[in-house]
Design a protein around this ligand. Sequence first.
Ligand code: GUN
Length: 295
Amino acid sequence: MKLLDGKKVSEDIKNEIAAEVQKMKDNGEKVPHLAAVIVGNDGASLTYVGSKVKACERVGFESTLIKMPNTTSETELLKKIKELNEDDTIDGFIVQLPLPKQIDTQEVLMAIDPSKDVDGFHPENFGKMALDMSTFIPATPFGILELLERYGVETQGKHTVVIGRSHIVGRPMSILMGRKGFPGNSTVTLTHSYTKNISQITTQADIIITALGVPNYLKAEMVKDDAVVIDVGITRVADETTEKGYRITGDVDFDLVSKKASFITPVPGGVGPMTIAMLLKNTLLAREQKRLKLK
Ligand code: GUN
């Protein structure tokens, strides 16, 4: 078994990005600027957004964190998005999901200027991704592709089973693994809550990507020998023995599944840090595209 070490690879990527930023500085160019909007005070979301902002500092980007109360109306959030769209100093921004119930997520995502949509969630960018056009690829799927590529994991002709069809991970992942090229050229099965006999499907998978948020869901008997296992789950599970009172648990029963897998991502330290690194990469791309447009 080989660990797909997202912590290490994400550090490599951040070093590469930091070197690019240094070049920009040396040339007297503006450095990339990422803004993140968070509505409400969900602990996990605040932690993720905090990590994104910290990562910006680490690579030399500018960053802006906008915190809005849980009672924010859709109109107020749309007004903030309009401001960010029109603010020339900001190259890209994200609205952290999930949003409070009174806000229609799709309306919000559609209001983001596609050229600043570094999450790749706007329908224009999602459509471009599905058509193999150059665009922002959602950060978590992008991070998984990057891990597969950097470890040289063969995907061509393999059967990839994606568990979970969220717009953020499962759906785009299923499209990307089936597209032409590497990583890709896979035969993809997208499974979800209505899928019957899921073990029959997962035991035929060469590559399993779980994005479910159910701790220890994927058991060893659901995985064939030498499968590649990518765990996107990051659920907080109460644990009094830790300082924070919880620990982060993936969708995969790691201790037993890792004995069968050829490659596997740990949680934490697998897909999570890759998501942040690829958000930075998208922001660098947004800056670069803006610079070319202004030339
Ligand atoms: N919530 C969970 N993952 C993500 C992500 O990649 N982007 C945003 N904006 N919200 C999220």
